[in-house]
Design a protein around this ligand. Structure first.
Ligand code: SF4
Length: 326
């Protein structure tokens, strides 16, 4: 049986602010299986990144995460830092939109990569250098032997992203968390990085959590999709179903806002009206109701729970089907 690499149960993340607590993540539960890519989609502020910052133990000082997070069956939420550090890097690692978040500008790539291998794997410096060069080759950095001695700023944006991916994969993690990994790149480089991630997924069988606001990125890489809004999961489905038959009005809106060509070859875009909710003052009932074209009376008073309606699908909406009132 395909056992989960990541099991998240009832995760709640709160930030203490002078204006009061802000609940960024509310009762979120999900699994990611071996070899599976889960796409996590939502606008900025939807809570998607905070889920994984909670998992990695990287929340800002005023943040607190409650619930349960298991990596290959082992609880990691709230464990001492030394124990968490053994899991981070070795069994799970994270890549970011800006590679400089995880690369040190003052150290050569060689120094940064070999340090990881010497610390986590106990390799000698010479052995670590060989493994690091192999990994740079694997992420298609040309002339890896020479370039390993360079500093991060000496690489182009796309190449820096590859270096960060190589760093994240050094210890063969079972889970890679990719937070908007291509957002800052131009379209051609974006496609190359997505191709690389797809190839690494095929070759290594690692699980990937792909966080993005871009459904186009999800289409190419994810097996399953989890859509977030207002700190909650509002729809979950296999990737094909999300694109063919979205069942939440917000997901439908996201799909309508993707560029597509009509019969005259013209790109049509329909944006979702209104603004994401203020997380400090979430409206009563459904958090999406001010922007929802299907909203009706019940939506103002009763918050829809996430309910399964098919073997692999769930949604949080009072409609039985889009356009049909329950
Ligand atoms: Fe729209 Fe109501 Fe469904 Fe919320 S519960 S998405 S407001 S129809």
């Amino acid at each position: 049986m395909n056992s989960p690499v990541l099991q998240v149960t009832d995760l709640n993340t709160t930030f203490a602010t002078p204006e009061g607590d802000v609940k960024a993540v509310n009762n979120v539960s999900f699994n990611i299986n071996r070899g599976e890519t889960l796409g996590i989609v939502g606008e900025s502020g939807s809570g998607k990144s905070q889920i994984f910052m909670s998992i990695m133990g990287l929340l800002a000082r005023n943040g607190r995460a409650m619930g349960s997070v298991k990596v290959t069956g082992e609880e990691i939420l709230g464990v001492p830092l030394a124990k968490l550090n053994k899991v981070r890097g070795a069994r799970m690692s994270m890549i970011f939109q800006d590679p400089m978040t995880s690369l040190n500008p003052y150290l050569t790539v060689r120094r940064q990569m070999t340090e990881v291998l010497m610390t986590h794997k106990g390799l000698s410096e010479a052995a670590a250098t060989n493994v690091a060069i192999e990994m740079l080759d694997r992420v298609q950095i040309p002339e890896a032997k020479r370039r390993i001695g360079m500093y991060p700023h000496e690489f182009s944006g796309g190449m820096r992203q590859r270096v960060m991916i190589a760093m994240a994969l050094l210890c063969g993690p079972e889970l890679l968390i990719a937070d908007e990994p291509t957002t800052a790149l131009d379209v051609t480089v974006q496609a190359q990085i997505l191709d690389l991630l797809m190839q690494l997924k095929r070759d290594t069988g690692m699980a990937i959590a792909l966080i993005t606001h871009d459904l186009g990125v999800i289409a190419g890489l994810a097996d399953r999709v989890m859509v977030m809004y207002g700190g909650r999961v509002i729809e979950e489905a296999p990737v094909r179903d999300i694109f063919k038959r979205p069942q939440h009005p917000y997901t439908e809106g996201l799909l309508r806002s993707m560029p597509r060509l009509d019969e005259h070859g013209v790109t049509r875009l329909q944006t979702i009206g209104g603004q994401p909710p203020n997380m400090q003052k979430l409206p009563s009932g459904c958090a999406f109701r001010d922007r929802c074209r299907y909203a009706f009376d019940r939506c103002a008073t009763e918050r829809p729970e996430l309910v399964s309606f098919d073997t692999f699908r769930a949604k949080a909406c009072h409609l039985t089907q889009l356009g049909e009132v329950a």
